[in-house]
Design a protein around this ligand. Structure first.
Ligand code: LLP
Length: 418
């Protein structure tokens, strides 16, 4: 479900015409629907209500302050991956006791900051990190809570770049090392190691891999408990898919139906870290058609947005539906939709059937709310685009388009270059 729809052949976000936003802010830009964000958060909340989980929104999917605050206002915690995300989550009003920090490479500065801010849980990914965390905690005279991120060695059946739960991947701790850590917890007197975490990948369309991973982890917990070792938290990570193509992904309820029977049995505090499921369909990327090129072999629609703005097609060959902001009668053409960047990988779709588009007309690239703006860059010295949020019939710029001044800030010429 999302709140982008046509009325009289015009694309709307909730009750706001997408074209009206374009007129006000220029193109390209990201457009978010407040109600779609809230709806998806609530879908998860309702589906998982029987285990009353802590829902930590994965802000790596969309770190805009207004987006994060919207979800915090719904009761969400935050899953963070860096000191930057920690600072921004706190700025958005997150309760530190609802923040989980998962990263394979936490720096000393990030660890220190997170300990000082008293976050809920460090999801630790290696023995070396655990020792370091213990040493820093000791220096600070603190005893933070720790979950071990386990690598269950389960294939999430998704794109290889976003599979994280097999031993080929850099993530998590293998089960035998983790067992040893739990058994020798006393070696880390400044840590309260009392949880386990998994995150097996992203855009996972079926629950089978989760079930496999959770079963493995529950066995792992059962063994520890049989030895009198307490485990209080089970964080099952994120990864629930969205429908880039209609009908491809499970609903939150279907997913919950599959995993809840397992989770209920565990008698443990459950944490989930959804990102894309909440933000994916809540955002679109709006871009303007610049030129049509026909080289005799192929037709190209060249738009003003590029791979620096929305990287997913270039990086993962990801599919995003592309629709005209104004529908009109006319024939369909088969085109590659491409950006202005100096790379052949700069595309949004190949051999895509779309109604004929003219210079100046707008296209919406759908399901771009997750890993869209957050993965954008300034490649080709292109200012990052504006982000806009709609609620009902009003809209607000929630991030200004960058200026060239922003991009050149901090640069200077050394004496020997002058
Ligand atoms: N928790 C952890 C520890 C994660 O690493 C991630 C995502 C999540 C939660 C949220 O996963 P989600 O619910 O959004 O699937 N850039 C890629 C996706 C990378 C995901 C990284 N980790 C893409 O555009 O598809």
């Amino acid at each position: 479900m999302h709140r982008f729809h046509y009325k009289n052949n015009e694309l709307y976000c909730e009750h706001v015409k997408v074209a009206a936003v374009a007129k006000a802010v220029g193109t390209p830009f990201y457009l978010y629907s407040y109600q779609t964000l809230v709806y998806h958060y609530q879908q998860i909340e309702e589906a998982f209500a029987p285990v009353n989980p802590l829902i930590c929104f994965a802000m790596k999917s969309n770190g805009n302050l207004a987006v994060v605050r919207t979800l915090i206002n719904q009761g969400a915690g935050v899953d963070i991956v860096s000191g930057g995300e920690l600072q921004k989550a706190l700025k958005a009003g997150a309760d530190p006791q609802k923040i989980c920090f998962t990263s394979v490479g936490k720096t000393d500065e990030e660890i220190t900051l997170a300990i000082k801010k008293r976050i809920l849980l460090f999801n630790v990914e290696s023995l070396a990190e655990l020792s370091n965390l213990n040493a820093i905690a000791k220096r600070l005279g603190k005893k933070p809570q720790v979950a071990l991120r386990l690598n269950p060695d389960v294939d999430a059946v998704t794109h290889k770049s976003i599979t994280t739960g097999t031993l080929k991947n850099k993530f998590g701790i293998d089960l035998s090392t983790a067992t040893n850590i739990f058994r020798s917890k006393k070696r880390f007197p400044n840590l309260n190691i009392n949880g386990v975490h998994i995150h097996i990948g992203s855009q996972i369309t079926q629950s089978a891999p989760y079930i496999k991973a959770i079963r493995k982890i529950l066995k792992f917990i059962a063994v520890l408990r049989s030895e009198g070792i307490a485990v209080e938290y089970l964080d099952i990570g994120g990864g629930m898919a969205v429908d880039y193509k209609k009908g491809a992904a499970q609903t939150a309820q279907q997913f919950a139906n599959d995993v809840l029977p397992l989770l209920k049995k565990a008698h443990i505090k459950i944490i989930i870290e959804p990102g894309r499921f909440i933000t994916g369909s809540a955002g679109i990327f709006v871009t303007k058609m610049l030129y049509l090129k026909d080289n005799g072999f192929k037709k190209f629609i060249i738009v003003d947005g590029g791979m620096n703005d929305l990287l997913r097609p270039a990086l993962y060959d990801a599919y995003h539906e592309i629709v005209p902001v104004k529908k009109k009668p006319g024939r369909e053409i088969k085109v590659d939709v491409v950006g202005p960047i100096c790379e052949s990988g700069d595309f949004f779709a190949h051999d895509y059937k779309i109604p004929e588009v003219k210079r100046g007309e707008l296209l919406a690239i759908m399901t771009a709310g997750a890993y869209g703006y957050t993965m954008s860059s300034n490649y080709n010295i292109r200012p990052r685009v504006a982000e806009v949020m709609v609620k009902a019939n009003s809209f607000s710029i929630v991030k200004q388009r960058e200026t060239l001044k922003d991009l050149m800030r901090g640069e200077s010429l050394p004496k020997f270059v002058k």
